[in-house]
Design a protein around this ligand. Sequence first.
Ligand code: ZN
Length: 328
Amino acid sequence: MSARQAPPPLPSWATWWQRPFPDANTLLLHGRRPALVDSGFTGHAEETAAWAGERAGRVELVVNTHWHSDHVGGNALLQARGAGVAAGAPEAEAIARRDPGCCAAEYLDQPVAPYTVDVSLDDGQVLRLGDADWEVVRTPGHTPGHLALWQPDEGLLVVGDALSDYDVGWVNLALDGPGAAATALASLKRMADLAPRVVLPSHGPVPADPGAAFAAALRRAQRLVDDPAGAVWYGARRIFAFALMIRDGVPAGEVEPYLLARAWLTDAARLLGLAPEALAGELVTSMLGSGAVVLRDGRLRAAAPHTPVPAGSLRVPYPRAWPGPEPR
Ligand SMILES: [Zn+2]
């Protein structure tokens, strides 16, 4: 066995923070326009803001790769402290009209503190972050509004949840339609064609070999296209593991009612041709069997390393109850 190969180095003006779940990895770009790419989970907003503040003094702009709760949770706090928020156009528009589907927060039962979007991003748009120009690359699939950020001089590509060193982003066939996996595959191909020197994924380590990471992700994405039921199962496992992480587990006796009350679970059951009760049972049994979840102290818990979340921080309204955008 050889030691893990070192990832390619980053320029001095970029600071990378690899974070355990439930926070997405965070990129800080130093310079005249200090910028943060993704802002972690709501329950860790203070920690995210403090980390960026210590290193950059202030954050002028937060750019979201997409609106899932582990990427936008610090938006509200950073915005209250003067930062702007930039996001892909479809998400920016939905956030502006306070669409109840924002962030899939209610659908996934993942709290997000209310925020607004100041800058709507389109494909090909060039954005100055720190002191460098970054190109917006629309990469729908994991979510319809998902985007990557490309810095051609240094060959840096921020890929969000589109891929990681070990996997590919899950796709939501119920919410985004049966074509979501093919859309994700096309986005991966587009990113691979950029031949980045450094791939910065939202979860896990920076891949030592970007080409190998793309090759693995493309194979995985093709399997999601070829096996829609497998794709539904993959999404269900990821969503449920995340729910357990942010709640410090769920009491064993409350797991089934929790699952049966979730829109994502009933949608997944419909796509799989199963009764929701059957899917809930199979999900728990299969995840216990694989070791992805464990029963400890009477609670079902996610096995993957994760940072505890203060329970009070989950008590934020779903987007349907978000206050209207403040005049800015
Ligand atoms: Zn995501």
